[in-house]
Design a protein around this ligand. Sequence first.
Ligand code: PLP
Length: 393
Amino acid sequence: KNALSERITNMATSATLAMAAKARELRNQGKDIIGLSLGEPDFHIPDFIKEAAKEAIDQNYSSYSPVDGYGDLKQAISNKFKRDNNLDYGLSQIVVSTGAKQSLANVAMVMLNQGDEVILPAPYWVSYSDIVKLAEGVPVEVPTSIENDFKMTPYQLEAAITPKTKMIWFSSPCNPSGSVYSQEELEGLAEVLRKHPGIYVVSDEIYEHINFRGGHVSIAGIEGMYDRTITVNGVSKAFAMTGWRIGYIGAPEWIAKACTKFQGQITSGANAIAQRATIAALEAPVSKIQYMIDEFHKRRDLILSLLGEIEGFALNVPEGAFYVFPNVSSFFGKTLKGQKIENASDFSLYLLEHANVATVTGEAFGNPNCIRISYAASTDEIKEAVSRIKAVL
Ligand code: PLP
């Protein structure tokens, strides 16, 4: 009997988490699975951040924090926005949440009414469409192509706008394509948006520091965008703090206040110890985490060159994050080891079953021709995984 709400029944399970669970299950059965499905750095949290957390425990940071985060953490976030992005967000414009995922969910819940359209340049991060739907919004996918490095053009944006468009959500560097929007490209999108003053922007910058071309650009800094942009960021990726669950936004004050009100009814303030540790993370110079970025850069080059040797994989050159997003549609319609490959999901499952390598189907990211491979893994694992993939193709 299904007594569950339509809300949950209609929701897709997070494909990345589902693949990770499947890989775990196979591993428990004794299979030697290489997991390249999760978006999770394989580094440990830097010691100086751990020390700050230990101190916070000893200093008894054990009570509820303010719903929107500790004042000194918000000050550190405000300083970080100024230092890294040249953005002026006062403390009343900042909300700290349980991961950027909650920051995004807060924004959807406070900004969207039933039927409001949200433009998602595809491929987009797996949770955007279900978060939007949960808030009764309507995701409007704008397919981009590998020829354009998976970036939405101003022309495509203009064509997707309707009287119901309320927001546009995108990430740069992008999960899953690794694409990084340049100043010029964002100026082009802003030019279109300036003609439509009622449209708000979610700029998800969680991969900001994992950028190999340099020069991260925040769209909030572009003319006319500050008052209608919600800048989302967090410490999961650059500081290897995924499990500590801290994300935050900088936004117009009225949006920040609404997010605080919403969060006050569902989760309250984020984990106190993790908030204290985040102060140490954000106050440190970026040079302290450069070793991880350099390592991701090396691995990006390695996996690109190895995958480039496999016939049938079409690749862009990701300039940030830690994923490659090859187009594998040349395999569709083929039968491999008796298994018919019709789409990216079949392809990804084939790799799991025959090469023991976990990837994620591009379908979950709004692009059914690609698969996402995370290279947040050791170079040995990357080499072994690609050689297994090559062998079964
Ligand atoms: N945004 C993007 C683009 C991501 O890839 C992720 C994590 O995979 C998140 C947001 C969520 O991050 P957090 O761990 O802070 O919830």
